[in-house]
Design a protein around this ligand. Structure first.
Ligand code: AVJ
Length: 323
């Protein structure tokens, strides 16, 4: 049979630039300055992130892959999911493990990759559609913080939100996200969350400040995105990469520090911002979790934790929850 592949676009052409302009107006006029991490992932940023996942210091990717290799069959049996919904569809190896296990379990009917980046989405949809003839693939270009209610509801669902990307959200944004997702689920649906766990500060910081400088390039690349999309005149090399661990909030913060006083001009919106020498702009948070706190966040949002899978060193966890 012909592979079934249908794409829905809730972002639309040109939307990204308007959304980026809004985020810049809000974040770069704030004190301290900040940017949402979703703007990292242009083609260059996505390629740099791909390299990050293979760095010796960046353990989360391979820990989660190992957990999926070991537990995907049980997750498939426990959930009986007919539709795998993947929020952030860049994680192809992990997707293959889940799809294979669901196919083995005999329940798989549909795959719904969800990503804000159209190219990543198309690539994931084509790859899966080619590997699974007969599988219906509904690709949805959407922002998981805004469009959850628009996701197609086809049969018993397993929503996978992997990589620890939940940690990019501040606590209140996590609560909103989990509640909004919960609204779209019915009994029998499940959520599979990847969560990076609290550990030795040195290992946490190293994972975000690797010796080869790939994470530094990934961080600085967001300035190239602003230059290209909004006609800004950032000098990326004038910013130093900063990765620190905020133990009180148990989260990594990535920042870009201005190495000298400078003024940056934007064409669209016509905006000019100043940086004092040493001023730091926050570009990402990556929260690290304790089991009991994450399970409490899940319970408060209306989920029932079913399984907690972790590696022997308890570096990373997969939490399976039902509604
Ligand atoms: C893709 C958001 C899970 O937070 O670890 C990797 C992104 N940032 N290195 C993370 C990231 C710096 C990654 N997530």
């Amino acid at each position: 049979p012909l592979p079934f592949l249908y794409t829905v676009d809730h972002i639309g052409p040109g939307h990204a630039r308007e959304a980026l302009a809004r985020d810049v107006l809000a974040g770069l006029t704030a004190c301290p300055k900040w940017l949402p991490p979703k703007w990292f992932y242009d083609a260059t940023g996505s390629a740099l992130f791909e390299r990050i996942t293979r760095l010796p210091e960046y353990y989360p990717f391979r820990r989660e892959l190992g957990l999926l290799r070991e537990h995907a069959p049980e997750i498939a049996r426990l959930t009986g999911a007919e539709n795998l919904v993947e929020l952030g569809s860049g994680t192809s190896e992990k997707t293959a493990l889940l799809l294979e296990a669901l196919r083995e379990a005999g329940t798989l009917r549909t795959y719904t990759p969800v990503d804000v980046d159209g190219e990543t989405l198309e690539a994931a949809a084509r790859r899966v559609s080619a590997a699974h003839p007969g599988l219906a693939v509904w690709a949805v270009r959407a922002d998981f913080e805004r469009h959850l209610a628009l996701l197609p509801r086809i049969g018993r669902r397993l929503v996978a939100f992997l990589g620890g990307t939940l940690g990019n959200l501040e606590e209140e944004a996590r609560a909103s996200f989990l509640a909004a997702l919960r609204e779209t689920l019915v009994p029998g649906d499940c959520l599979l969350l990847g969560a990076d766990l609290v550990k030795d500060t040195g290992r946490l910081v190293a994972a975000y400040d690797d010796a080869a400088g790939v994470t530094a390039a990934f961080n600085r690349n967001v300035l190239a995105v602003l230059n290209r999309e909004l006609g800004a005149d950032f000098a990326p090399e004038a910013f130093a990469h900063v990765a620190l661990y905020d133990a009180r909030r148990h989260r990594i913060e990535m920042r870009l520090r201005a190495t000298r006083t400078m003024r940056v001009r934007f064409r669209v919106p016509s905006l000019e911002v100043g940086f004092r020498a040493g001023e730091e702009m926050r570009t990402e948070i990556s929260a690290k979790f304790y089991r009991y706190l994450l399970e409490r966040e899940l319970a408060r949002a209306g989920y029932v934790p079913v399984r907690w899978y972790t590696d022997p060193g308890q570096d990373f966890a997969l939490a399976l929850a039902e509604v």
